[in-house]
Ligand binder design. Structure first.
Ligand SMILES: [Zn+2]
Length: 580
């Protein structure tokens, strides 16, 4: 199995300690009998020949499509070793005790001490196996009392314990009590006071953004404060407030980092810088824009360590995945990813590129922005100021003897025309297109004035996609959907369902009831019959009807299947699929 190499082994284990296979099988049987995992999960996990109980659990709960209840898995695993569990929704870890284990070590061991009393040091662990406990004992001297929690809950608890908020609060005080805002501004202008409070606040804000899985960090001046918001799983979350007096210095700091002009405060600017936080390499794209209250800074965080998604980890159902993997190996033609902004198109294209890229091919891209750098691929960043648009870049690429071309986005008729021509002249062209679904994307081409026969003969497949938020594992509970939700459920012809689930909202999910996202995909393969319809300028409805009759599952169907398997809610489906 290809993913055996990827399985996570405790980072601190000295040498590969193997847990006995018979014990792993017993644990698996216990999990199945208590319905924490399915027999299919068990068989799949055992087939990977797991070395440790932890490996086994990772494999048995990895199914993206089915929401394994990781909290109940943790419970069964704990009782298998006669250990208690701990719930950090009810218990607040003692911050002082937590510092007994260094943060880096706590993260790699997936464990942290949370209380100390006459019994000893109470430690929360995600891996209660003998080898897991030994690793913690080696790192933390003293009498340890173990309690088990799901791995995700441990890492959320760690994120909260080591939040930057508290540090930022202290820094803000330091900033306010130090001379004046002006002095700090002057210091940061020269960038020579690397440990000045503003510099540190600037760094902590980015670090917290990364820990909270934010894709963007917004620094917004308001009339009485600076509001810092993160975009997490596509939604804006209020994170901190900073005093307005820090605004000028903070903006200057980010401009210095981004290589921008700090004196220019009226014109919009953009820049970028690279940094490393918690051992993760990060590219940050900074943009500033003057609002009525002053300059607003938005930073997009591109976590390079997250780049390496493979096709099979996108969350496509197995059959869609298999079809897509086959289609993208077409020798020429055009393969399109369609969806609105934030639908995960880039992730799909990158995973696809990763699958296609091999030494025997010349793969070239033109992108805005280049989000991740692939070894062995020639990636080009558009540059409007230098006249390097998508269309110009694409023309230049065609003179460079490419086999596979990725066009980050087709936004205009020029680019569309060249892309279609390239696809017809022996190149495989991958691209994204703004459109509500796969059929709408085909019509976008027609709207751009591309002749229908050119579209029909060049496009191989279109995948329409969205990202839906997953129900938070920690606060998942049964609920009664409202009438609007039930109308959608019934209108889409879904069979009655005994129990629906949602997230009640808890500290792990910032009260949203959701944590992380999963992709839904609608794969439109262009068949000869569809080709005829496209040439004849068929309407979107006609195209969709034929595609469905030929076996395409629509986005709505795919999304409701995720409701069926308790991964997301009907409300989330409505919000992301019907609202535009
Ligand atoms: Zn929650």
């Amino acid at each position: 199995m290809a993913f055996r190499n990827r399985s996570i082994v405790p980072a601190t284990a000295s040498g590969p300690t193997r847990d006995p296979t018979s014990r792993i099988e017993e644990l698996g049987a216990a999990l199945v009998s208590l319905e924490a995992i399915t027999p299919a999960d068990l068989a799949a996990a055992l087939a990977t020949d797991p070395c440790t109980e932890h490996d086994f659990i990772v494999q048995a709960t990895k199914s993206e499509r089915r929401a394994a209840n990781k909290t109940s898995v943790a419970k069964v695993w704990a009782s298998f070793h006669s250990l208690p569990t701990v719930d950090f929704r009810q218990i607040v870890p003692d911050e002082q005790t937590a510092t007994l284990l260094e943060q880096r070590l706590a993260r790699s061991l997936r464990a942290f001490p949370f209380r100390q009393d006459s019994d000893g040091i109470h430690v929360a662990i995600a891996d209660p196996s003998v080898s897991g406990r030994q690793a913690v004992e080696a790192a933390l001297p003293g009498t340890l009392v173990f309690h088990v929690a799901a791995e995700a809950e441990i890492s959320s608890a760690l994120d909260r314990l080591f939040r930057a908020d508290a540090e930022i609060g202290i820094l803000v005080q330091a900033f306010e009590s130090s001379d004046t805002a002006l002095a700090a501004l002057a210091a940061s202008h020269h960038g020579d006071e690397e440990d000045g409070p503003v510099v540190q606040i600037a760094n902590r804000v980015i670090a917290q953004g990364l820990r909270d899985r934010a894709s963007d960090v917004h620094i917004e001046p308001m009339n009485d404060r600076i509001r810092v918001r993160f975009r997490i799983d596509g939604h804006m979350v209020d994170t901190f407030s900073l005093p307005l007096s820090a605004h000028a210095a903070l903006v200057s700091r980010y401009k210095i980092l981004g290589g921008m002009n700090i004196v220019e405060r009226r014109r919009p600017q953009d820049g970028q810088f690279s940094t490393s936080i918690d051992g993760r390499d990060l590219d940050v794209r900074v943009s500033t824009l003057a609002t009525v209250f002053g300059e607003k800074v938005v930073m997009r965080l591109l976590d390079k360590s997250r780049a390496a998604l493979e096709l099979k980890h996108l969350g496509m159902p197995a059959d869609t995945n298999a079809k897509w993997a086959k289609l993208i190996h077409a020798p020429f033609g055009m393969v399109i990813c369609a969806g609105p902004t934030g639908a995960g198109k880039t992730t799909t294209l990158y995973a696809t590129l990763r699958e296609i890229n091999s030494g025997g091919k010349n793969v070239m891209t033109i992108e805005d922005p280049v989000e991740y750098v692939f070894p062995g691929i020639n990636q080009i960043q558009t540059n409007e100021q230098a006249g390097l648009t998508f269309a110009h870049g694409l023309k230049a690429i065609l003179r460079q003897d490419p086999d596979v071309i990725l066009v980050g986005e087709v936004r205009d008729a020029d680019t569309a025309r060249i892309a279609v021509q390239s696809a017809l002249t022996g190149h495989l062209v991958l691209s994204s297109l703004h459109g509500t679904d796969s059929v709408a994307a085909l019509h976008r081409f027609l709207d751009m004035g591309i002749e229908s026969f050119l579209i029909a003969s060049s496009v191989v497949a279109v995948v329409g996609q969205r990202l839906l938020r997953r129900i938070c594992d920690a606060c998942k509970e049964p609920y009664e959907p409202g009438p609007e939700e039930m109308i959608v459920w019934e209108r889409e012809g879904r069979a009655p369902k005994d129990q629906f689930w949602h997230g009640a909202g808890c500290t792990f999910c910032a009260g949203t009831g959701f944590r992380d996202r999963i992709g839904v995909y609608e794969l439109l393969k262009i068949t000869p019959e569809l080709r005829r319809l496209i040439v004849g300028w068929a309407t979107q409805e006609e195209l969709r009807r034929l595609a469905v009759s030929q076996g395409m599952r629509t986005l709505v169907e795919e999304a409701l299947m995720l409701v069926e398997s308790d991964v997301t809610t009907i409300d989330e489906v409505i919000r992301s699929l019907y609202a535009g």
